[in-house]
Write a protein that binds this ligand. Structure first.
Ligand SMILES: Nc1ncnc2c1ncn2[C@@H]1O[C@H](COP(=O)(O)OP(=O)(O)OP(=O)(O)O)[C@@H](O)[C@H]1O
Length: 630
């Protein structure tokens, strides 16, 4: 045994501990679920590694988790005979936050108790949850396959520091002793602890054992004996027939594997037999995790082979856009020593993956068609943006995913995305060939765009797109059910041009040509063309991107990402019926024509959400103009 060394916690750990103790107080029994889940992971790891190196078992056959308590010492102890940790691993895993996801989590905290409690619910709190109920925690561990003298003892009161010492530990694995806080006596009770286990950890794949109790006639109370008994079902939940599982069973299992406090939105449980043999239990969460957009996030599916845990986060089993799906896949066809490399190019894995994706999409399709839309709306609000990635990422399922998309639209002008492409098509006007949309930085900018004026007047519905990913989406989704998707800000809206043109006399056409020529000459340097518009009814002018140019919205996004975008000159479209344009038409003075034209161009750019190069010059022009009318 060596002298104890004192180490300081990372600042973030202190922060996390404080927050957790307050935020999770009302849910304090989850500490047991978290510690049992860690113990089960440690047993899984040992079983997996022992497949290729039997000596790691150290002669023990049964892998189990034990839970014990001592009323007089006021402690609860959770032990496992799993993989254990070396001293360095203890330092790396307990007391530091190595995981970048955790750091992001801490950064995303707002300081608002209510909001943060909600956030912490989506985040695996793991080992630190011990400090909700304990004012001192002692962890003893020894890595499987190492010498009995190489055990490590870690002790902390959860207040800034912990001590470490090398100890003798005969049994491999980890044992965690919680010294309960004053008001936590409820956990010094056999019945209470058993109850928590059956609630949260019944289907953990390993036996959880506790000491039997016996009625003591003399003392007139239950006495704890020295015999152990198994208190959980210890059957992998996914191997049970659906008919024997309740919604509660499914929910508890979900909470155990996902560390999510919420119920899942839905689950999909399938046993496949035939050329391939596997079981999949997939869950769609109700709430997006805080790190949904973090490329380094860890969660995903757990891969088992014949009930032996192989690996977490099996990203090969789900495409990136379905990264929010949680659950288990248990295959009978993969070798036990399967590695990530093998998974990458394995036919069995490819087939399981394709079938699992289909199941998730079909289930979403069912939810989307259900009479009650609440579940699908919840899903869409949480995961709609990542589903849009699927249109680009998963070519084989593009049409299926497109059918699941939901958009805001001029139908009701609301920001909620509730309109499907099919619904849009069903409502299309007679003779309407395309699905019209506009992309803008915000919903308000989309809804208020002058480009919508003509569409609103004609009663043609337009989809209002304002998610960051939308520009990318529509550059990959060109049609749905044979209908082209068309931006109303693109130069090419010939169908309306012809209609408007046909109504004009030759004289009118000539007069319009003269006007556009005049303006074009005046502001040649700023525009690529000037046209008479058929899009506007109330505004004097709008800008559209020249054919072949990227949209102004896309250009802005790329600039924000630090990419250099070649300067694009827009096409200026004028509304000849507007009073300001009429005035411009009547003007002869070249300097004045230039000022008015620039003014119209700049206000059209502002309406698009563009930044002006010279805002001060714009204000000056506007003031000159105002001075003329007052
Ligand atoms: N009983 C145990 N046996 C072996 N290692 C353990 C045990 N408990 C914890 N660990 C190690 O400590 C690490 C940190 O545990 P902690 O519970 O804080 O987070 P986690 O389990 O990784 O995350 P989460 O709980 O969110 O899944 C684990 O990843 C594991 O490596």
């Amino acid at each position: 045994m060596s002298a104890a060394e004192t180490h300081a916690f990372q600042t973030e750990v202190n922060q996390l501990l404080k927050l957790m103790i307050h935020a999770l107080y009302s849910n304090k029994e989850i500490f047991l679920r978290e510690l049992v889940s860690n113990a089960s992971d440690a047993l899984d790891k040992l079983r997996f590694q022992a497949v290729s190196d039997d000596s790691l078992n150290e002669g023990e056959d049964e892998l189990a988790i034990s839970i014990d308590f001592d009323k007089s010492a006021r402690t609860v102890t959770i032990s496992d005979n799993g993989i254990g940790m070396t001293r360095d691993e203890v330092i790396a895993n307990i007391g530091t936050i190595a995981n970048s996801g955790t750091k992001k989590f801490l950064e995303s905290l707002t300081g608002d108790q209510a909001k943060d409690s909600n956030l912490i619910g989506q985040f695996g709190v793991g080992f630190y949850s011990s400090f909700i109920v304990a004012d001192e925690v002692a962890l003893e561990t020894r890595k499987a396959g190492t010498d009995a003298a190489e055990g490590t003892r870690w002790v902390s009161k959860g207040e800034g520091e912990y001590t470490l010492e090398t100890v003798e530990k005969a049994a491999k694995g980890t044992s965690i002793t919680l010294h309960l806080k004053e008001d936590m006596d409820e956990f010094l009770d056999n019945f209470r602890l058993k109850n928590i286990i059956t609630t949260y950890s019944d289907h953990i794949n390993f036996p959880i054992q506790m000491k039997k109790t016996e009625w003591d006639e003399e003392a007139k109370e239950e006495k704890v004996t020295d015999d152990w008994e198994k208190v959980n079902k210890a059957t992998a939940l996914w191997t049970q027939p659906k008919s024997e599982l309740s919604d509660e069973d499914y929910t508890n299992f979900y909470q155990t594997i996902s560390h999510d406090f919420n119920e899942p939105l839905t689950h999909i449980h399938n046993k496949v037999e035939g050329t391939l043999e596997y079981t999949s239990l997939l869950y769609i969460p109700k709430q997006a995790p805080f790190d949904l957009y973090d490329r380094e996030r860890r969660y995903g599916l757990k891969l088992y082979v014949k009930r032996v845990f192989i690996m977490d986060d099996a990203e090969h089993l789900m495409p990136t856009y379905l990264r929010f799906v949680r659950g288990v896949i248990d295959s009978a066809d993969l070798p036990l020593n399967v590695s990530r490399e093998i998974l990458q190019s394995n036919k069995v894995v490819d087939k399981i993956r394709a079938a699992s994706v289909k199941r998730v999409l079909d289930q979403l399709g069912k939810m989307a068609k259900a009479e009650e839309q609440d579940d699908y709306n919840t899903f869409w609000d949480q995961f709609g943006q990542v589903m849009k990635e699927g249109v680009v990422e998963d070519f084989a399922n593009k049409d299926k995913i497109a059918a699941l998309l939901r958009f805001a639209s001029t139908q009701d002008d609301k920001a909620e995305q509730r309109i499907s492409l099919q619904e849009y098509i069903d409502r299309m006007q007679e003779g309407q060939e395309a699905i019209y949309f506009i992309v803008a930085d915000t919903h308000a900018a989309a809804k208020g765009s002058p480009h919508l004026e003509m569409f609103r007047k004609k009663g043609i519905e337009v989809l209002l797109l304002s998610d960051r990913i939308d520009e990318w989406l529509v550059s990959h989704l060109h049609e749905f059910e044979g209908k082209q998707l068309k931006s109303i800000t693109s130069a090419d809206l010939k169908e309306f041009e012809d209609e408007a043109e046909a109504e004009l006399s030759e004289e009118d056409k000539k007069a319009r040509e003269a006007l556009t020529e005049k303006v074009k000459k005046a502001i040649e340097e700023n525009v690529s063309d000037v046209k008479i518009t058929h899009r506007l009814t109330d505004s004097p002018a709008c800008v559209v991107n020249a054919e072949g140019d990227m949209s102004a919205h896309m250009a802005r996004m790329m600039e924000q990402l630090g990419q250099s975008v070649p300067k694009q000159k827009p096409v200026l479209e004028l509304n000849p019926d507007h009073i300001l344009v009429k005035k411009l038409d009547a003007m002869d003075d070249e300097g004045k024509v230039k000022e008015w034209s620039l003014f119209l161009l700049e206000q059209a750019q502002l309406a698009e959400g563009d930044q002006l190069e010279e805002p001060a010059a714009f204000i000056k022009r506007m003031n000159t103009l105002l001075a003329e009318v007052v």
